[in-house]
Design a protein around this ligand. Structure first.
Ligand code: ZN
Length: 111
C-alpha cells in the first residue's frame, strides 16, 4: 500500500509510515508471533554452558505456557540436551577424580 501523506510505498502491515511517520490508519495489526526468549537462550546455552542452559530452559518451559506454547519444544530440547551434558560432565569429573586418585594412590603406595 501507499502512504496517504507522502505517497511512499510501504509495507501492508505498517501502522506508521517509515518515511514520514504519519499513521497509516491501519487498526488491525497482524499480531507478531510470540517469541520465547528464555527458551531460545536456554537452547543455545545448553551447548555452551549446560547448567545455565538447563535452568533457562526449565524457566522457558514454564514461560511457554503463558506464551501460548511458544518455545515449548525448544525449551524441552534445551532441557534434554543440557541435562545430558550435565550428566556427561559429572561422569567426566568422576573419571578425572578416579584417574588422579589412582595416580596418587600409586605414588603413595610406591613410597
Ligand atoms: Zn508517509
Amino acid at each position: 500500500m501507499y502512504c496517504n501523506n507522502c505517497g511512499t510505498e510501504i509495507d501492508d502491515n505498517a501502522v506508521v509510515c517509515p518515511n514520514c511517520g504519519v499513521a497509516t490508519g491501519k487498526t488491525t495489526v497482524a499480531e507478531p508471533k510470540k517469541k520465547n526468549g528464555l527458551a531460545i537462550a536456554g537452547f543455545v546455552l545448553a551447548f555452551f554452558v549446560p547448567i545455565v542452559g538447563l535452568i533457562l530452559s526449565i524457566i522457558g518451559k514454564k514461560k511457554s505456557a503463558e506464551l501460548d506454547g511458544a518455545g515449548a519444544k525448544l525449551a524441552t530440547a534445551g532441557i534434554v540436551i543440557s541435562a545430558i551434558e550435565v550428566a556427561l560432565s559429572v561422569v567426566y569429573i568422576i573419571l578425572i577424580i578416579a584417574f588422579w586418585g589412582a595416580i596418587l594412590a600409586m605414588f603413595a603406595g610406591g613410597n
